[in-house]
Design a protein. Sequence first.
Length: 294
Amino acid sequence: MTGPQPWIWKALGVAGGLFRALPHPGAVRLGGLLGRTVARCTPERVERAVGRCERFLAVDRGEARRIVLGAYDHFGRSAAEFLRFPALVGHLGDWVTLEGEEHLRGALDRGKGVVLLTAHLGSWEMAAGVLAERGFPMNAIGAQQRDPRITDLIAELRLLHGVVTVGKGFDLKAAIQCLREGRILGILLDQDARDKGLVSPFLGAPASTPVGPVKLAHKLGAAVVPLQTVRLPDGMHHRLTLYPPLEDPRGIPFGEDAQASVDRCNGVLSRWIREHPDQWMWMYPRWATTLGDR
């Protein structure tokens, strides 16, 4: 059920104004502080995230807590960066180093569109914005928020940098049009697809995974290009890496075997999360459908 959330909306307005008034480093540090404050104010949710991390990374409780609190800091910083988008037009590249651009250009030159595969890892909004500013025809799936004003705000902030929001949730018709026009469609695949997904290993455990993007890429001949974005140790800068399009090792078109292709996508994302666990969204119940993880 959706509807206005006046306190959240008002808080976003105040926070956005404050973040835009501060120099970028100060705003990002403040975002991290607010992220850690949210963690202190929501201990039950933190404990669920810690348990999730402990279970699926096979680490001890102390290490899991360190990782999760790091994730709260990271996503607080990411929120500050995103709300600062009006002040960063034309300057995202100052904070993001891009590697592997040739892989995306080559895939796009095929003329059949590109599915850009990533996850709630690092700063995906910064990544999409940088690519759009470099002239790539970037489109991103629109996440349906509980408050429609927040849904619209996300689309508006993206558009400032040239990223077009496609539909709300996975809008099949809009996604097909995007790829048929030879554009790029960004997909966050690490979401619980409930009864509409394909069960596939994610961090070693069965998880309901969206299969639509893989099937669509196969049907339309679009390349699936993995994108990894990572916050660097200084807490301010990011490294965005694009990889060659995914292939089926048997030589058949990627996506023809939907199970194998989704497994491969999840394998890529799982490896990245293990490399940078404190930049993934442990707060989200990824395994809710398959393991009752709430």
